[in-house]
Every structure is written in C-alpha cells, then in structure tokens.
Unconditional design. Structure first.
Length: 97
C-alpha cells in the first residue's frame, strides 16, 4: 500500500481534511505548515514528501507535504481518539430457532 495524502487519510478516518488537520494540530502532530512536528520520532507513521516544479518566471519551486504511511491510519485513530467503525454483525444462518 502506498503512502496517503492528508485528504485520503481523512476519508479513511471518516473526517474532512480540515477537521483532520485541526485535530492533528491540537494533538501536537502537525506544525502550522502542516508538516510533522516530530518527523524523526513519528517516521514509522508520517513522512515529509519533497516535491518541485518549474515556474516560467520564478524558476524552480520547492514544496513539502505530509504523507501518512499505511501503519499511520491505526496510529492516528489511537492518537486522535477516533473510534473504529465495526461492520454490522451478520446473524449465522445455522442457528436453529
């Protein structure tokens, strides 16, 4: 599985992107630039993705964004207090009534 954007992570957790970012900032996981506060400590769950693109007038532009590793989904649920949604229990048809 690939690393997820904050948008994809929010969808997996049943939140909107702004709500996820707000909760992560309150928990001390993101800076004001939406980058991991502790990139070395949390490297198993979050990472910084470096990107670049060429602007016609300004030259090379560099960007950074946060990516959530596959193990980070469950970790974020625990850190942010998001309950896990369990599928409905299906009745066993073998039960005699």
């Amino acid at each position: 599985m690939r690393d997820l954007t904050l948008q994809d992570t929010a969808k997996a957790l049943g939140l909107t992107r702004p709500a996820l970012i707000k909760r992560m900032r309150v928990a001390g996981l993101l800076t004001d630039k939406n980058l991991p506060t502790h990139p070395v400590r949390d490297r198993l769950y979050l990472r910084i993705r470096d990107g670049s693109w060429l602007h016609d007038k300004c030259g090379m532009q560099y960007t950074q964004s946060t990516r959530v590793r596959p193990a980070g989904i469950a970790w974020l649920r625990d850190k942010l207090g998001i309950p896990r949604q369990m599928p409905p229990v299906e009745q066993d048809r073998r039960d005699a009534g």
